[in-house]
Write a protein that binds this ligand. Structure first.
Ligand SMILES: [Zn+2]
Length: 420
């Protein structure tokens, strides 16, 4: 089912843990060649044709069922029940909707046109969402705080172009929408924002990226002259100057000056109860296990037992493993103790990230460039492993068994787990 596979490739912006077994099954099309192409980094031909079967989840793991989207209809500012324009309110009905984090407007086949919006209101059986700028007609799905996704809706949303709202001579306004609520550094898809200048004439546009905690502008795009009532977009690769931006909340701001010199700035009205559509979370790593998991203790911790050089995280065999940080694959090998393992030299970190006991050989090859959040394999118990788990190591520069030293990855794992 194409939509399901495509939705599952949105791994740059969905959360990782406590995935139910049914939801995991829906993630498995990640391994289809079409999905792999959309990541821009998976080596061609590598993904297996057969999806791995999940083992029983390890003890202590909370398995939650995914939200269900049963039906939806356009509720306000609609042409009819299935036809809307940007800004209309769609009401979704279903089950387990109380923890919905975002509604994804899937658009057409490509994942590049997916746009996610925060719910305006959510209850156990109902979610309201405003149709975001940049959305393209197509099915919808809901995703919860754990990254669990519903199946795409059977009925596709039909989007009509908005009516020209501009009255000649009135002041210009700007509408802004971030494409996703989370963006990861070095992910296959960078942070993207769409905007429209409502004006009766072309306007000169400047886009800024603001750090939410203090409002400081950390990046700027001098776009130049932009046609009114035409959707535009800007992407951000996560850099500030020559550095990677620190993780945190950011928002785009668009300023437009009309030919007559009137200035408009996209800004949320104070006391607006709605989530700011221009704001998103920027993260430098994604938690590497997409599924229910539990942290090992004792000998499974860093330095535990006799010189354990990483931390073990237990999950059902077959649970998808993602690259916590993009980079170049340094090693992909089999070892009698480590089993199938892979070492990735993290892009612009100097740190090597090692993943061990994979269920089978990794889906990427030595020398491949992988992206943050890219599927690299599945949790397993190859080599000397008791119970299915990821043995995860982090090594300082210059690298893994190459002059670097291992350090405790647990604080980082826990931090990524909370945010990604
Ligand atoms: Zn271990």
């Amino acid at each position: 089912m194409a939509h399901r596979g495509r939705a599952a490739t949105r791994r740059g912006c969905i959360r990782a843990y406590a995935v139910s077994l049914t939801a995991l099954a829906s993630l498995l099309p990640l391994a289809t060649p079409a999905a792999a192409q959309s990541t821009g980094g998976t080596s061609p031909g590598a993904p297996p044709s057969a999806a791995p079967r999940l083992s029983a989840p390890p003890p202590g793991v909370v398995v939650r069922p995914a939200p269900q989207l049963r039906s939806w209809r356009c509720a306000r500012e609609c042409a009819d029940a299935q036809t809307a324009t940007t800004g209309a309110i769609v009401r979704i009905r279903g089950r387990r909707l109380g923890r919905v984090y975002e509604v994804v407007f899937l658009g057409a086949e490509s994942p590049d046109d997916d746009v996610a919006a925060a719910p305006l209101r959510r209850k156990k059986h109902v979610v309201d969402v405003r149709v975001p700028l940049g959305a393209v007609g197509g099915p919808l799905l809901v995703a919860d705080h754990d990254g669990l996704q519903s199946a795409p809706s059977a009925v596709a949303l039909v989007l009509q172009p908005p009516a020209a709202v501009m009255v000649a001579g009135s002041a210009p306004t700007v509408e802004v929408q971030a494409q996703a609520r989370r963006a990861f550094y070095d992910a296959a898809r960078p942070a993207k924002m769409s905007y429209v200048v409502h004006s009766d004439s072309p306007a000169t546009v400047v886009v800024e990226l603001l750090r939410a905690k203090d409002g400081a502008a950390v990046a700027r795009w001098d776009v130049g002259e932009v046609a009114p009532e035409t959707q535009q977009s800007v992407t951000w690769d996560g850099s500030v100057g020559t550095r990677v931006a620190p993780p945190g909340r950011y928002a785009f701001r668009v300023s437009a000056v009309s030919a007559s010199g009137v200035r408009a700035v996209s800004a949320q009205a104070p006391q607006t109860p709605e989530p700011n559509p221009a704001e998103f979370a920027f993260l430098t790593h994604e938690f590497p296990i997409r599924g229910p998991h539990v942290y090992g203790t004792g000998a499974a911790t860093f330095g535990g037992g006799r010189g354990h050089q990483g931390h073990d995280v237990f999950a059902a065999c077959g649970t998808p493993l993602l690259a916590a940080r993009g980079g170049v694959v340094q090693f992909k090998e089999y070892h009698s103790r480590a089993g199938h393992y892979i070492v990735i030299d993290g892009e612009r970190t100097g740190v090597d990230y090692a993943y061990m006991h994979l269920r089978q050989a990794a889906l990427v090859r030595a020398g491949d460039r992988v992206r943050t959040g890219q599927l690299i394999g599945y949790v397993g118990d190859t080599g000397r492993a008791t119970g299915c788990h990821l043995h995860f190591e982090m090594w300082t520069a210059p690298g893994w068994y190459d002059g670097g030293r291992p350090f405790d990855p647990l604080p980082q794992l826990v931090a990524w787990d909370k945010t990604s």
